[in-house]
Design a protein around this ligand. Sequence first.
Ligand code: GLV
Ligand code: MN
Ligand code: MN
Length: 424
Amino acid sequence: MSQPDIDSARLLRRLQCLSRIGREAGGGISRPGFSQAAIDAASYIAAEARDDGLIARTDAGGNLLISPPGPRRYARALLVGSHLDTVVNGGWLDGAYGVVAALEAVRAVCDNHLDLGVDLVAVAFANEEGARFPQAFWGSKVLAGRLGAMTVPPVDYNGGSLREALARSGGDIDALGTAAWAPQSLASYLELHIEQGPVLESSRTPIGIVSAITGRVVLAAEFTGTAAHAGTTPMDQRSDALLGAAHLAVAVSELPGRGLCRVATVGRLESSPGSANTIAGRALVTVDLRDSSEKRLAEAESAVRHRIATIAACLGLAAECRRLAHSQPARTDPALRQSISAAANDLGLSTLELPSGAGHDAQIMAAVTPVGMIFVPSIGGVSHAPDEDTSPADLIAGARVLLGAVVRAGAACGRKERRAVPST
Ligand code: GLV
Ligand code: MN
Ligand code: MN
């Protein structure tokens, strides 16, 4: 088998081009899922893939799928990818890196006429972050058939329809079933990502092999009080919704210290009417809870719900709490970890096994197929912020390891596939 390689100049050029899509004046990137910027990013990658002679299509969930030309040859596919959407004012590599490197891997496999024994498909999942539409991991949940029933039409934080935004992105909410892959059609899923934390950089390790991915629950708590005059309403006659939100934010920050979950964050606060001289009549806060144990996550969620009720009762407010998102903790597959380790070893790169505190599409895919994840160092451990960065050498090394892992994992899956075919 010839030794395939990625085109490192093309990898970096594509990442630079993507970083100009949705870029804010201050340098951050805003490409919330289903926004025009996210659509533009997917169109750019689709055009690059077609220039490479590959087939690019969008499924009903808004995921971009890239495959070699010609019909599918095998019953199962090895999927490799990440996401193109970002948080608001985020960085240039979170998600984009894994997609561009996946495209390189498919191109290298095609250019070298490698027969992996399984089909290879690159994927850019839609709305991984849930930045505007809070349905985080939308695309991977659709593809894995894990979306669950939608009892009310999904909307964004401002009530905008996901149906329409998805249609603008090339998807179709009425046809989501067509985008779900049967588990038996999947061989495995590999994702390359920046670490988004400080561990690899501080240990001077170029390649991280992810052992497990954190579980996560996102809640929206809404307090309703009475909007009233800030100068004339006596302090003991107020129903201040923003005060409820403030008490909840403090209580959430105390959860990890009480041993209830690993980390807990209030990342979004909206109050209305939003006037300096009016007591807030309504306030909404999001609560992001993370832990590697589903049981501890459930306990933390019920502690938050209990606290919301207590705060509302004390302050004379009405309160509601909704779950916006839930993703289970997941473990990566030992054989894929071994493939990643061998690929790094072949390139003379040291590795470290570490858990991921960030969420990834891989954890959704883990419900239906074995998953593996590769990390590269994040400078200063920064992510979800404009300063997010990784050195070019580390970006190139990670993409090479991804390609090596794809070839190894594909060959291993292909061997199994051939064994499963009865000889005549
Ligand atoms: C996804 O980026 C997350 O919030 O971890
Ligand atoms: Mn992210
Ligand atoms: Mn990401």
